[in-house]
Design a protein. Structure first.
Length: 398
């Protein structure tokens, strides 16, 4: 039974003592150092046409600890150091599988400060978490309880650019179960003026979190730009102010997307979206900022993993499907549909709201997929499948 439970990470903020903050900062630095040393060793071996795996880098770590130059690696827990080598192995596995780029070196200023502990590197008793090399438990802000009887399998400690400390606990969550089957299905068209337009006709306004804080962000960035280059205290303080504004924007955006995706998953059995190439779309200098603020990619990721958790279906229709130009009433395909055209009238006399019409067409295409088995997610699951945009049954010639 336990094997069917969902592995879920519960993230909390905590307030470290001075000694804990110093210990964690040392650990972050050692993790970064070991990762970079192992990456350099594997890169040099690759140039010699040799392969180095995790076991070999683990042996290298043991040798590094015995040198005078790297003896300080013995001062921190060995668990996060071993885990970073496993992360490097996973990065190379993804690279050779053509799922990611070649691993890059970690930077002290730009890379995320984090360290992962397995069960041998922490103690969790009576709701208190104590990490290796620490005498006191972490002062965690329990914003929500862990599942009853849950015990973390891994713990990841991190510090973001705004100076906030977080601990993420990976646990089995028996509370995540498939929801009762529903009869409803919905098509979702994403946009900028309206974040989402549903096939039911409902429009959800784009909160524009970055736009609301743009003046505050610009002021913080101007102050930062006037500080002398380097690691001076004033520049560090100004940089942190900028990071705090970005963190506020990201937190509000993430909270809104969580509420929205949870609602869609709970109310609908099938959700149909468009398979957009967001990475290519943000190359448009005019719209890049607005598209990034809308976070379409994050919306889709949340929707997909929540649908997997709760037994729902998410169908991604081919991005070349002409959802905006196709009349959802008679199937006539319009020749052109510029972006400034928000309403249009078909030859059959039906007047369409552009976004609502697109959402209805996406829904029809997605439901057709469940019947005929077209390949609607060519990038991920069915590269040889037929595109939904090629289904002749979805349109009629005028």
């Amino acid at each position: 039974m336990a094997s069917t439970w969902v592995k879920r990470a519960f993230k909390y903020r905590f307030r470290p003592t001075g000694a804990q903050a110093a210990e964690l900062s040392r650990t972050f630095g050692c993790v970064r150092k070991v990762y970079n040393l192992a990456l350099a060793a594997r890169t040099e071996a690759w140039a010699r046409q040799e392969r180095v795996d995790y076991n070999q880098t683990s042996a290298m770590l043991t040798a590094w600890k015995k040198t005078e130059e790297l003896a300080y690696l013995n001062d921190v827990s060995s668990v996060p150091l071993q885990q970073c080598l496993r992360h490097l192995q996973a990065a190379f596995t993804n690279f050779f599988g053509k799922r990611a780029r070649y691993p890059r070196f970690k930077s002290r200023k730009k890379s995320r400060n984090s360290a992962e502990y397995t069960t041998s590197g922490f103690r969790f008793r009576e709701g208190k978490l104590t990490l290796a090399k620490m005498a006191e438990p972490l002062d965690i802000v329990w914003s929500r309880p862990l599942p009853t009887g849950a015990t973390p399998s891994t713990v990841t400690v991190s510090q973001d650019a705004a100076g906030r400390w977080f601990v993420s606990m990976l646990c089995d969550d028996p509370g995540v179960k498939p929801l009762p089957a529903a009869d409803s299905a919905v098509g979702v068209d994403v946009g900028l003026d309206h974040l989402l337009t549903l096939s039911t006709g409902e429009k959800i306004t784009n909160p524009g979190h970055e736009r609301k804080d743009r003046a505050r962000l610009a002021k913080a960035q101007r102050v930062l730009a006037k500080k002398a280059k380097g690691d001076g205290a004033n520049r560090v303080k100004a940089r942190r102010k900028v990071a705090q504004v970005y963190a506020r924007i990201a937190d509000r955006r993430r909270d809104a997307l969580h509420k929205l995706t949870t609602r869609l998953v709970r109310e609908n059995q099938t959700i149909v979206i468009e398979d957009l190439a967001v990475r290519n779309m943000v190359r448009n200098r005019v719209l890049a900022r607005a598209i990034s603020d809308a976070a379409w990619r994050e919306f889709r990721n949340m929707l997909e993993y929540k649908a997997h958790w709760y037994g729902r279906n998410v169908i991604a229709v081919d991005r070349f499907f002409p959802s905006s130009r196709l009349c959802s009433h008679c199937g006539t395909l319009a020749d052109k549909m510029p972006l400034h055209v928000r309403t249009w009238t078909c030859e059959c006399g039906t007047t369409h709201d552009r976004d609502v019409n697109a959402a209805r067409n996406l829904l029809a295409a997605g439901l057709a997929v469940t019947v005929c088995g077209a390949g609607v997610r060519p990038q991920r699951s069915s590269p040889g499948g037929r595109s939904v945009s090629k289904q002749k049954s979805l349109r009629r010639e005028p």
